[in-house]
Write a protein that binds this ligand. Structure first.
Ligand code: NAP
Ligand code: 12T
Length: 340
């Protein structure tokens, strides 16, 4: 008997995330019978490679999803809000990377290492949401700690790469850096301030409570994924002049006592995590080492000596791979093997 094969579409195929989705589908030898590449009308005529073949990009429309089994969306929240329901109506399951559907109670929000069982709820609306990049890499190492020692509170600060904003922002950091090193005036188009040689404590839009939307995604998505409304989370999200990989300083308080060594031992056997923690050898997770990989790197694991049951750690992952494309393709693999 052959493998079950499916027809796949990638909406937003020409973007930073879409490109990696195509790469991930290829690398994991995804059982794709066909692949359809969708983007805006601006990209019609462009060709992208998949498994050695050139595939022409088509315009995303209401009728793009006839005969498609799985659609991976990464074309912005507005596009997902409009087009995901058309895909679902045609019997396609959407795995959406935008923030449009994440907090909808009928839409499962899935990190395969944490709550793969939630994929079963794809039947509610035909949509599965991929969490925010910063949330994904935080819950992967915190899940086994929460299961064993019960996390009461999380305090997280992020150091986020510009690639999270998309292709325009990658170009902006490059162009501004080059301009400044050539004693020229840099141009700002993407962020409200210069990002080269700077840090911006501002990701996504400000909310009425003074937090940014990115910060509140980390609070609300973490609770939904852990299926635990009692977990307290507070976040500060910062854009830094790094191209790929988000870094996070994560502080947790647990209900049960836990030592740094117990956390190190637990994370050493956690799928999807790689412990890089040898201060004597200057080994700790680095953005440039995580880039292009699928693991979440964890290091600087140490006791928070200011409280009874606290741990500090430094968590780094490629925001476009595990933070977006890899996580979505892992969901798609489980969907095909267990649910379709
Ligand atoms: P990007 O590099 O700017 O690419 C945007 C993509 O969307 C392009 O393929 C673009 O097509 C397409 N698109 C834009 N408007 C469209 C429309 N009206 N109809 C059809 N296609 C349209 O951005 P990106 O970084 O890849 O991000 C894309 C999405 O992924 C965003 O929704 C973002 O929220 C999400 N994202 C999620 C995470 C996460 O945390 N999981 C991380 C990063 C991004 P053209 O080339 O034709 O313009
Ligand atoms: N504004 O998918 O700018 O919720 O890094 C992900 C990344 C939104 C999202 C970013 C963003 C999302 C960013």
């Amino acid at each position: 008997m052959g493998r079950k094969m499916v027809n796949v579409a990638v909406a937003g195929a020409t973007g930073a995330v879409g490109n990696q989705m195509i790469a991930c589908l290829e690398e994991c030898d995804f059982p794709a019978q066909s692949i359809k590449l969708l983007a805006s009308s601006r990209s019609v005529g462009k060709k992208l490679r998949f498994k050695g073949n050139e595939i022409a990009v088509e315009e995303l429309t209401e009728n793009s999803f006839k005969e498609i089994d799985i659609a991976l969306f990464s074309a912005g929240g507005g596009t997902s809000k409009t087009f995901a329901p058309f895909a679902a109506k045609d019997g396609c399951v959407v795995i959406d990377n935008s923030s449009a559907w994440r907090m909808d109670p009928d839409v499962p929000l899935v990190v395969p290492e944490v709550n793969p069982h939630a994929i079963a709820q794809h039947t509610n609306k035909g949509i599965i949401a991929n969490p925010n990049c910063s949330t994904i890499q935080m819950v992967v190492p915190l899940c086994p700690i929460h299961k064993q020692y019960s996390i009461k509170r999380i305090v997280v600060s992020t150091y986020q790469a510009v690639s999270g904003t998309g292709k325009k922002a990658i170009d902006e950091l490059f162009d501004q850096t080059r301009a400044l090193l050539n004693f020229q005036d840099p141009e700002n188009n993407v962020y409200p301030h210069r990002i080269a040689f700077n840090c911006l404590p501002h990701i996504d839009v400000f909310q009425d409570n003074g937090y940014t939307k990115e910060e509140m995604k980390m609070v609300n998505e973490t609770r939904k994924i852990f299926e635990d409304e009692t977990i307290a989370v507070t976040a500060t999200t910062v854009r830094v002049p790094v191209f790929y990989s988000h870094s996070e300083s994560v502080n947790i308080e647990t209900r049960q006592h836990v030592t740094a060594q117990q956390v190190r031992d637990l994370l050493a056997k956690t799928p999807g995590v790689k412990v890089v923690d040898d201060p004597a050898g200057n080994a700790y997770p680095l953005a440039i080492d995580a880039a292009g990989k699928d693991e979440t790197l964890v290091g600087r694991i140490r006791q928070d000596e200011s409280i009874d049951n606290g741990i500090n750690m430094w968590v780094v992952a490629d925001n476009i791979r595990k933070g977006a494309a890899t996580n979505a393709v892992q969901i798609a693999q489980l969907l095909v093997s267990k649910y379709l």
